[in-house]
Design a protein. Structure first.
Length: 333
């Protein structure tokens, strides 16, 4: 369908841009706090918020502080938070066993948050990188990231998170067959209603740099993730991945990173019409925040404009480190 335009002067498209009232009336897409998922970094300790240098304004939170963040999110109308653990050297092993420890940092945080703020949806990350000695999302054997034994480990990790009370599981590892394997394991264990938000179209991106600092993976990663994450030159492949993950039982799908991949968001939404999320990743946050802190950009305006762009591209939800700040601004206005 093409928008119909009469010849000038019958049509003057500026008529609807004349005043704030008319612009509001004609606005096609809007951002709401209910569209946001807030990624939160965890660390051990009590009452600590440890700043992350490459992500100004973001800190690793102890569990008690994360519970307070969840309460704040609920207050601001943010429906979900997503947990990422910082793990030091002592918990990183070749077998990644900490990943399915029922009492690991993430699983303890899930329980604490669900006990204090049952209304907020808790999302997790499923991948071995926080627990792996070499920073990879899967097991490394003879220099190769092996698929099938990694998938088996991921299902154990998923089950432990579901048992801790997670509402949404987020497999971010890009192994083949993990959605089906996790879904089957959840059904067998009676966790019928745990949702899976698949990181379906996840690109091998340099925009993840600050995140790897935040979770303690930066100095450790050996090589790159190009044998499992997507080639940034590809678009049709994203549709194959989304279709495959949906067919295996994903409830929602994600495109990641966000701003440089809005064309993929639009194609996915148009092709499948399923709940579609984008992740405005750490590097996107860092570049906007870094420029704003130097006075080179208007921080609030670029934050809101970038988030609205995800809605325009067809996304239903956005994972963003700006979530509390954007929600506060939406509440005030
Ligand atoms: C790892 C994971 C990554 C992110 C989320 N989960 C990093 C990676 O794949 O190396 C990145 C998030 C961000 O950059 O904000 N499984």
């Amino acid at each position: 369908m093409r928008p119909s335009v009469a010849p000038f002067p019958a049509a003057r498209l500026r008529r609807l841009r004349r005043s704030a009232a008319l612009r509001d009336l004609a606005q096609e897409n809007r951002l709401d706090a209910a569209d946001l998922i807030w990624p939160v970094f965890l660390r051990e300790g009590t009452d600590v918020a440890e700043p992350i240098p490459s992500m100004p304004g973001v800190a690793r939170l102890s569990i008690d502080r994360a519970v307070r963040a969840a309460a704040e999110a609920a207050d601001l109308g943010i429906p979900a938070i997503c947990l990422f653990p910082y793990t030091g050297a002592e918990l990183r092993t070749e077998d990644c066993a900490e990943a399915w420890n029922p009492d690991n940092l993430t699983n303890r945080a899930i329980r604490a948050i669900k006990a204090e703020c049952p209304g907020i949806a808790v999302m997790t990350d499923i991948a071995l990188d926080p627990y792996n000695i070499n920073g990879h999302d899967g097991f490394v054997v003879d220099g190769e990231i092996v698929n099938d034994t990694t998938v088996e480990a991921l299902t154990r990790m998923a089950l432990a998170q579901a048992e801790a009370g997670a509402d949404i599981l987020g497999p971010s590892d890009m192994m083949d067959g993990r959605i089906g394997a996790i879904r089957t394991r959840l059904e067998q264990a009676g966790h019928r209603d745990v949702a899976i938000l698949s990181y379906a179209a996840k690109y091998a991106s340099a925009f993840y740099g600050p995140f790897r600092d935040a979770v303690g993976a930066s100095g450790r990663l050996v090589g790159d993730k190009k044998t499992y994450q997507m080639n940034p030159g590809n678009s049709d492949e994203a549709l194959r991945l989304v279709e495959r993950d949906l067919s295996e039982g994903a409830d929602m799908v994600m495109i990641k990173p966000g701003m440089a991949y809005l064309d993929i968001c639009r194609r996915v939404k148009d092709s499948f019409g399923v709940p579609t999320c984008a992740y405005q990743v750490s590097g996107e946050y860092a570049m906007l925040r870094g420029a704003a802190d130097r006075g080179w950009l208007d921080g609030e305006r670029v934050m809101m404009e970038s988030l609205l762009a995800f809605k325009r591209a067809g996304c239903d939800a956005i994972l963003t480190y700006f979530a509390p700040e954007a929600a506060r601004l939406l509440k005030e206005n």
